[in-house]
Design a binder for this molecule. Structure first.
Ligand code: PLP
Length: 410
């Protein structure tokens, strides 16, 4: 679960220089087993409830092996026609699955951090403005992207349920983009995207929606309420590598305005020149990287192996388990829930105070039987139970509750 090692311990057990002569592979694998594995925090464990899960599944793992074997490098359409065209198709399929508007341009970046960076660069290109606006609960990747791009960041206060307050957006005449979050990292709160879209349209501001974690829930029609207004976005990021059975890295980035991305990122030196018809398909012209991996293969395998019904069942099961867990917390006098449970995250605290909550979290993690992380909500220490790992079934959530029940003081 959470690796029980100290910083530097793994490195200290390995030689400081590479071997002069080839080593038998069995020795390498032995070191993997004996030295590296004890230093692995198991994101794939069914009782992994930390941060947000990244969810690898068998077909996607196989696709990773094949992608590495083919080692296709999509710098241009002609260097990787299958990878490039499958990427377009898989993004179109997933757009249908999530109920997004038809005709959006989609491509894959490694992480949501890079997707947001790319979207903000496109927003600056499209608007000629330099300010980025987001809520106080937006992910730190927005701060980082603004810093890298040299754009000014302005944070807007949230309401009691951690949602951006549109009445606090203020003057937007200098704003290049508003980043709205559907499913914030701390509490899975849902910004009022439709109201934000209204302001963006009125003031000529680019709307980027960060649904890195929660976007996968759009596969279930019953969760689409949370995404009202997303169809009015200029760009949207959803990480398939969070809750869609696909291992890191696979961040899906759609835009209604691909020409702005091309304007921001297309740099074609002589050695990369090809006929125009090919150029239009080169996905390296829509983001920061030139060399691009064959990432679409894993999501294609996932969609074909599980089908829409399988992906839906995965999400639905986790949301139901989260609601069950929230019910247990609510019914227990020792605890208090600190945020609404919109999807598969439950945030709660021990009523006796931060120290008890923190000790409880440490005890859970030290037990090696589950891994949880924390956040601060309403200025209180909150335990987060984020359900989303591929192998997590309801019985694992019940086991977590039993563990917490046994470790929590009265
Ligand atoms: N946005 C949100 C809402 C997140 O929760 C996260 C990570 O958890 C990110 C962005 C950053 O994702 P990545 O690690 O793919 O950059």
């Amino acid at each position: 679960m959470l690796a029980q090692v100290s910083p530097g311990e793994i490195r200290a057990r390995l030689p400081g220089a590479p071997p002069e002569e080839p080593e038998p592979f069995a020795t390498v694998l032995q070191d993997l087993d004996e030295v590296l594995l004890p230093g692995v925090t198991h994101w794939q464990h069914p009782r992994y409830f930390a941060y947000f899960a990244t969810s690898a599944s068998e077909p996607a793992i196989l696709a990773e092996l094949l992608a590495a074997t083919l080692n296709s490098v999509a710098i241009l359409w002609r260097t990787a026609p299958a990878s490039t065209e499958l990427e377009g198709l898989v993004l179109d399929w997933t757009a249908q699955l999530l109920g997004l508007p038809g005709g959006w341009h989609g491509h894959i970046e490694d992480t949501a951090s890079v997707s947001t960076l790319a979207a903000l660069a496109a927003a600056r290109e499209a608007t000629g403005r330099e300010e980025v606006v987001c809520s106080q609960e937006a992910h730190s990747s927005v701060d980082k992207a603004a810093r890298i791009l040299g754009m000014r960041l302005r944070k807007v206060p949230c309401d009691e349920e951690f949602r951006l307050r549109p009445d606090q957006l203020g003057k937007l005449s200098d704003a290049a983009a508003i980043v709205a979050t559907v499913g914030t990292t701390a509490a899975t709160s849902v910004d009022p995207v439709a109201a934000i879209a209204e302001r963006c349209e009125r003031d000529g501001v680019w709307l980027h929606v960060d649904a890195a974690y929660a976007g996968a829930a759009m596969v279930c029609p019953e969760h689409r309420w949370a995404f009202e207004g997303v169809e009015r976005a200029d760009s949207l990021v959803v990480n398939a590598h969070k809750w869609m059975l696909t291992p890191v890295d696979c961040s899906l980035l759609w835009t209604a305005r691909p020409e702005a991305f091309r304007a921001a990122f297309s740099v074609v030196p002589e050695y990369l020149r090809t006929p125009d018809a090919e150029d239009a398909l080169s996905l390296s012209e829509y983001g920061p990287a030139l060399g691009r991996r064959f990432r679409s293969l894993k999501l294609w395998f996932v969609l074909r192996h599980f089908g829409v019904s399988g992906v839906r069942a995965h999400i639905t099961g986790h949301v139901e388990s989260a609601r069950w867990f929230a019910g247990k917390v609510d019914a227990d006098e020792r605890f208090e829930r600190l945020a609404p449970t919109e999807l598969s995250l439950v945030c709660f605290a021990h009523r006796t105070g931060d120290d008890t909550s923190e000790r409880l979290l440490e005890a859970v993690n030290a037990s090696g039987r589950a891994f949880l992380t924390h956040t601060r909500l309403h200025d209180r220490y909150a335990l987060r139970v984020a359900i989303g790992a591929t192998q997590t079934e309801h019985r694992h959530v019940e086991a977590l509750w039993d563990l917490i029940d046994s470790l929590a003081p009265n």
